[in-house]
Write a protein that binds this ligand. Structure first.
Ligand SMILES: [Zn+2]
Length: 221
């Protein structure tokens, strides 16, 4: 059976040499949504709106099982393809969401330079770039992470807010006034990172909302 599958795959490649592989498993041919049928079913897509510290946020899937493994791989191994696939799926979902039709721009959560040089990429920026493949929106790159904070996942919920004090700042030259801004990240857990960025956007006159690949269900405000 294994040989037959191998042979079939080779035959398939001969007939369709340019058929792209799934961006998540890199095993099976991709559907038009950028991932294969098996991965699509394993993701259990469940688009949800929730209020996070009073602001509307949207997420594609629950943070569990296969999704958790993929997001871990996206951050700690070569995650370009994974982030690219998730970004494209997010873009397809967001462009159909009536509550997001008035969005002015995307704001990927910035990574501090130290973390960026260790990891080599910011997964939130790759998500935003690939959301754009499905749903064209300008991307704001004027927000910076000016303090190298500890990873939120290593802290208790009480420590998370303090950890982010003064973490972000704005470069001059971007006008947030009256603009609706969609803050983009891979996972929303306690929501504190989102809240601190949302506060800053409001401080500059903008209206923040959130867009995430995954949500943890046990989030407390
Ligand atoms: Zn797949």
């Amino acid at each position: 059976m294994k040989n037959l599958l191998k042979w079939w795959h080779a035959f398939d490649q001969l007939l369709f040499p340019n058929a792209p592989l799934c961006g998540l498993c890199a095993q099976n041919p991709s559907l038009a949504v950028g991932v294969c049928d098996v991965c699509l079913r394993s993701l259990s897509i469940d688009w949800k709106e929730s209020l996070v510290f009073g602001r509307p946020c949207f997420s594609l899937v629950a943070y569990q099982g296969y999704v958790r493994d993929l997001i871990h791989r996206m951050k700690f191994q070569s995650g370009y393809d994974t982030a690219g696939s998730f970004g494209f799926l997010l873009g397809l979902a967001a462009r159909e969401e009536p509550r997001l039709q008035h969005i002015d721009f995307l704001l990927p959560v910035p990574l501090h330079d130290n973390r960026l040089s260790k990891r080599g990429f910011n997964q939130a920026s790759i998500l935003a770039d690939n959301i754009n493949r499905a749903w064209k929106k300008p991307i704001c790159s004027h927000m910076l992470r000016v303090r190298d904070t500890k990873p939120q996942s290593e802290l208790s919920s009480g420590e998370r807010k303090d950890n982010l004090l003064g973490a972000f700042d704005m470069l001059p030259g971007f006008d947030f006034k009256g603009k609706t801004c969609l803050i983009v990240d891979d996972v929303i857990t306690s929501g504190h990172t989102f809240m601190v960025l949302a506060n800053l956007v409001e401080q500059y006159g903008g209206i923040p909302m959130g867009l995430f690949v995954a949500r943890t269900e046990a989030r407390k405000e």
